[in-house]
Design a protein around this ligand. Structure first.
Ligand SMILES: *Cc1c(COP(=O)(O)O)cnc(C)c1O
Length: 375
């Protein structure tokens, strides 16, 4: 029910099932719950029974204000945040946050610490260096980012420590947060709401919506308000968190549709039992595929076991020349989106919240059938 489905309407498909189930392992934009897609499409035609589309009404209408308020409240609730935190939904993707974070939190005479765990962390570092003093405290770059650095020292005079909770491209995930005397800023783009997290451990959390939260176009930022206004820097209004907080994320026209899709996804999550509920399912999905990767003689994982991501599962074939045959098999099983990122090669199965365990079982079955066929 939660998998993507497409309706086959061409005459050639007439005799086939009218509703074909596709097992969508896309890394991003990623799979969304079927009921969310349904509700979002309805809102494009007739939103809140206004007989107007969500896309053609004022963002300052009461109806959309309610959307914004509820999306912010659910975000706070599911991240266990208190009233010291302000939530924003901004444009520009997680990539704009790479620059907005240091602009708002890095004092002109201060230093920020970064942990380099992959391509996205690297881009965050690149932007921070443009804004001010930036120190990389730990890195797994010389091992092609196949593990999470741990036990590094964090100087206590840093303005903040920036980490990436889940490395979408390399398939590693932080299972424990670094112990630090300074506020932690976390890019949670690819595992937000996938597990229980006490957001109060962080000074700032940001996440592009399109991996696990909604549709591309909005980025959630939650910040502890007392950290703001201390940099001694003048900044563009659009880059100033305080401006967006004051305007309730409506300083300018917000990305209304992606925010609505995030709201629908958060409602779906809460209704079904929240992050505790999805965390168990996500663990079961990850367990199912990693144990097959470890058992199957034709495949191997690319990351240190203790740092393996429950969201993005990266694996390669022992004999890469067999890839075309395997590719044919999974395509025939209506599996989509498991080709690996070009930096890692092989395969990457993304197990975002809306992907049902059943889809993972289909992939595991294909891996087993493939091994048998090679006898
Ligand atoms: C996808 C991703 C990004 C980039 O997100 P955009 O919204 O495309 O800018 C940043 N960080 C992580 C961890 C990601 O997975």
């Amino acid at each position: 029910m939660n998998s993507s489905s497409v309706t086959s309407q061409t005459p050639a498909n007439k005799n086939k099932e009218s509703h074909m189930k596709v097992h969508n392992f896309s890394a991003g934009p990623g799979i969304l719950p079927q009921e969310v897609l349904q509700q979002a499409s309805e809102a494009c035609i007739n939103f809140d029974n206004l007989h107007l589309s969500l896309l053609e009404i004022s963002h300052r209408s009461k109806n959309f204000e309610n959307v914004m308020e509820e999306a912010m409240a659910l975000t706070k609730e599911l991240l266990m945040l208190d009233d010291n935190y302000k939530v924003m939904f901004l444009g520009g993707g997680a990539s704009l946050q790479f620059g907005m974070v240091p602009t708002n939190l890095l004092r002109t005479d201060g230093t920020a610490g970064y942990v380099n765990t992959g391509v996205w962390a690297g881009k965050a570092i690149k932007e921070a260096k443009i804004i001010g003093n930036t120190k990389v405290l730990a890195s797994s770059e010389d091992h092609n980012f196949n593990f999470i650095p741990k036990g590094f020292a964090v100087p206590k005079d840093l303005d903040y420590l920036h980490i990436t909770s889940n490395n979408t491209i390399f398939g590693t995930q932080m299972k424990k947060w670094p112990v630090t005397p300074v506020p932690i800023v976390c890019d949670m783009s690819s595992d937000i709401f996938s597990r229980k997290v006490d957001g109060k451990q962080f000074g700032l959390i940001y996440a592009g919506a399109q991996k696990n939260m909604g549709a591309a176009g909005s980025t959630m930022v939650a910040v502890r308000e007392d950290l703001l206004g201390k940099t001694g820097r003048t900044m563009l209004s659009m880059l100033d968190y305080r401006v967006h907080i004051k305007g309730g994320s409506m300083y300018n026209t917000p990305p209304v549709f992606p925010i609505y899709v995030s709201l629908l996804t958060l409602r779906w999550l809460k209704k079904n039992g929240g992050v505790e509920w999805i965390e168990k399912i996500n663990q079961a999905k990850a367990q199912a595929i990693y144990s097959e990767i470890d058992r199957n003689s034709l495949f191997k994982g690319t990351c240190e076991k203790e740092d393996r991501s429950n969201m993005n599962v990266c694996f390669v074939m022992n004999k890469p020349e067999l890839e075309p045959e395997f590719d044919k098999m999974w395509k025939e099983a209506n599996i989509s989106g498991i080709r690996g990122h070009r930096d890692v090669g092989g395969y990457r199965a993304s197990l975002y919240n809306a992907l049902p365990l059943e889809s993972v079982q289909v992939l595991v079955n294909v891996m087993q059938a493939f091994e048998k066929s090679k006898g």
